[in-house]
Structure formats: C-alpha cells, structure tokens
Design a protein around this ligand. Sequence first.
Ligand code: ADP
Length: 246
Amino acid sequence: MVGSYKPELIVNGKRLDGRMPADLRNITIEVGVVKNAVGSAYIEWGNNKIIAGVYGPKEALPKHVQDPERAIIKCRYAMSPFSSLEEHGRTGPNRRSVEISKVTKEVFENVVLLDRFPGAEIDIFIDVLQADGGTRAAGITAAAVALAASGIPMKDVPFAASVGKVGDTLILDLNKVEDNYSDADMPVAISPRTGDILLLQMDGNLTKEEVKTGIGMIQKAGEHISRLQREALKAPYERILEKYKK
Ligand code: ADP
C-alpha cells in the first residue's frame, strides 16, 4: 500500500534521479558469473542487481512433463529476502513471482528453438539480489544473455524495458518510486531482429497513442540494451584475444 502521500515525480522536467523522461538507468551486464551453470549473466540495471542462470537441455523430469516434439522451458524468478529496502515479506514463491516466472517462460518459448531438443527441459533461474523497480524487464534481459551464452540455439536475443506515465509525460524505465506512484506502468519484451513483442503487461491506464509512443520509446532504448547484451557476450572472447596479443 502506498497511502495518500504522492511525491512529485517530475520536477523542472527532470525525474527524481536526475533522468530525463526518455532516459534509461545505467546498465552493465557480465556473462559467466556462475561457473556451474551452462550459461549465466549478471546485470546491474540502476539499483537492480540480478543473476540469471541457465541449465540444460537435459531430460525433462518428471517424465510426464516431457513433450516428445520439443523441449520445455521451466523458469523460476525469485526475489531474495534481502533484495528490497522494505520488508520483502514471506520468502519463497508468491503470486507475483509465479506470474513473473510464467510471463518470462513465455518470452523464451517464442525464441528458443525448442524442437531441436525433444523430451528435454531447459531451466532458467532469475534471482533478484537487489530490487528497485523493473526487475522483470532486467531479469528477462539478463536471462536472454545467459541463454545465448549457454549456446542453446535461439532465433534472437530479446530485451525488455518498461514505460510509464506521470501526468501527461511518458517516462522510460521506471524505478521503484516511479513504479509505486506513477499513473501507469507497461513492461514490454521485444525480439529486436523481428520486432515481435514477446511480453506486454500494463498496470494503470494508457491511451492507444500512449501505448504506441511507449513501445517506440522501448524499441529505441532496445538499440542500446541489445548492444550491451552483445558486448557482454563477446567480452570473454575478447579477453582471450587480448591475452594472445600480449
Ligand atoms: P518489477 O520489478 O518488474 O517492476 P513490480 O511492478 O511487481 O515488478 O514491482 C516493482 C518493485 O517493487 C520491484 O522491483 C521491487 O523493488 C518492489 N517490490 C515488489 N515486490 C516486493 C515485495 N514483496 N517486497 C518489497 N519490495 C517489492
């Protein structure tokens, strides 16, 4: 509950953290952070800190969940009990984490070439170590890198971000305060190669025009996010090349 107190989210055209409406927070991505995983990635997105780990493909268990035609994806998003400034509440799965796990799984079902691995499962774990709004988008962006790093064939490396609304102003990439007090919040995941929208959720009200403009802002931000994803994937190889140059 946020109560009746509502902070001014935009003062003199700037947001509380100094960003302009269409600015992203700082993002850094690193791959290979969990050595036991087949693929992994760590993302810092503003004050969010998230690890994604991918395991498989391996035989899907229990056997009755197997699909003889294609692999299945299992996804588990979780917020650590210490991830938020406020009391995070009960640990373990809750309604919100079950929902985020489900929508994230559906993002990747649309890009992973599942028919290459009949009867198998691919596990995606997303662990939020520190949360500050937009963790589902940051988690999807990190999991996409972890999957790509695992070598599991994919049609594309998706990214996600959210837009929201404060009064009449659309803002990109809401942090937690903005998420709590803005008039709308719309996380979107996109496949950059095809432009396919893989996830679109909305909290609050946006007009048809605002939805269009908002998706445009996310697509534009995606050029930067996709570049960071690619750079993170290349970095370990570039480090090896550097070594040989010396
Ligand atoms: P997202 O992180 O994708 O924006 P929500 O809109 O559900 O997801 O949550 C917004 C933010 O609120 C989260 O990023 C997190 O910082 C905070 N939050 C969500 N659930 C909890 C919780 N149970 N305890 C404390 N903070 C939470």
